[in-house]
Ligand binder design. Structure first.
Ligand SMILES: *Cc1c(COP(=O)(O)O)cnc(C)c1O
Length: 343
């Protein structure tokens, strides 16, 4: 079944986009609209002061517990906002996306709620916990590609050939606005916030939080990537969207080789700084958060916490907010983290 009406259109980056992808960056008003849309489906998340981090950095450090949301990550916000607004002509044919786990799981969750079929393409090596959860939500899982970007390319091709609605991993204004609703909750609970530290993969947190807490408070916005998967960090500095060869990191949730135009444009305008964290720092942070606070985080949430060591002189006396973006650490990585020399 070929659908010429769904052929890709010219893309400003190395990913595929279709006519239905509106590449106009979302605004703060879109974040408020997103909140109205998702309110009946998504609970507010706790903002909890970390005694350990506050003492360690001589600051007021708050963790935004997005890991407590259904599906275990913040991605349910953007996915719900996207699926709730999807054009009816896709309701029968369904949606497709590529994911290392959390985005696909969130899309599957939202699609089930609106009774829309979903196909989630994941790379080889994806955590069985993620695959099982996606299937439990009634979506079809396809394991294709040796890394995330290969899965993405396959999903894009299927979207063109079969006419599925492609839930783009970055260039979806509704997804960015949805992610921003978490930032809005921070702004309302903690209007005095001085600094927000965000993990950056595709950039929906970095961009969405910039449009919310970064806009309605005076907070300084900082994005952090993994040093071994720093495509967006590089593109943020230069504006050059050329993909990288590798993005091999423990933090698979932020391990993409391709920068996406819409979130990058927002982050280039709004983030005050970007940094990167090394693999050993990321793993040590996951271990420390468990050892000392009994919070199990994914590698993808660790860079903003890791970077505090480097920034500590700037952080003294500040009120700081950090989203704990997800808790779905795959079992082999749980084992790796809990080797005694990490704990
Ligand atoms: C996706 C994800 C991120 C990064 O979000 P982006 O929108 O890709 O920048 C961070 N942490 C977790 C747990 C994620 O799943």
């Amino acid at each position: 079944m070929s659908s010429p009406e769904y052929q890709p259109v010219e893309s400003p980056d190395a990913s595929t986009v279709f006519e239905y992808h509106d590449l106009t960056p979302p605004t703060t008003a879109d974040v408020y609209r997103a909140r109205k849309t998702i309110r009946e489906f998504i609970p507010q998340t706790p903002l909890v002061r970390s005694e350990r981090l506050s003492t360690k950095y001589n600051a007021e450090v708050y963790l935004k517990r997005e890991d407590t949301l259904p599906t275990g990550s913040f991605k349910i916000r953007g996915a719900t906002n996207l699926i709730a607004n999807i054009d009816e002509k896709f309701h029968e044919r369904g949606v497709i996306t590529a994911s290392t786990g959390n985005y696909g799981r969130a899309i599957a969750h939202a699609a089930r709620r609106f009774d829309i079929p979903a196909i989630i393409v994941v790379p080889e090596g994806t955590g069985q916990n993620q695959i099982d959860s996606i299937e439990q939500l009634g979506a079809r899982v396809e394991i294709l590609g040796t890394d995330y970007d290969e899965s993405r390319e396959w999903a894009e091709q299927q979207a063109a050939e079969q006419g599925y609605r492609y839930a783009h991993p970055g260039n979806e204004r509704l997804v960015i606005a949805g992610a921003g609703t978490g930032g809005l909750e921070i702004a309302e609970a903690l209007p005095e916030v001085d600094t927000v530290l965000c993990p950056v993969g595709a950039g929906s947190v970095g961009a969405g939080y910039s449009l919310s807490v970064g806009t309605v408070t005076d907070a300084r916005m900082i994005g952090v990537q993994a040093t071994d998967a720093d495509a967006v960090y590089q593109a943020w500095q230069t504006g050059d969207l050329t993909p990288q060869e590798n993005a091999d990191t423990f933090a698979e949730g932020i391990g993409a080789r391709v920068p996406f135009t819409v979130p990058l444009e927002i982050m280039r305008e709004q983030l005050d700084a970007m940094f990167t964290s090394s693999e050993s720092e990321i793993i040590e942070t996951v271990a420390a958060l468990f050892a000392e606070e009994r919070i199990l985080i994914e590698g993808a949430c660790a860079p903003p916490i890791s970077i505090m060591d480097q920034l500590q002189d700037d952080l003294v006396g500040e009120t700081i907010a950090i989203p704990v973006t997800g808790r779905n650490l795959p079992l082999p990585k749980v084992r790796q983290v809990f080797q005694t020399d990490n704990l």
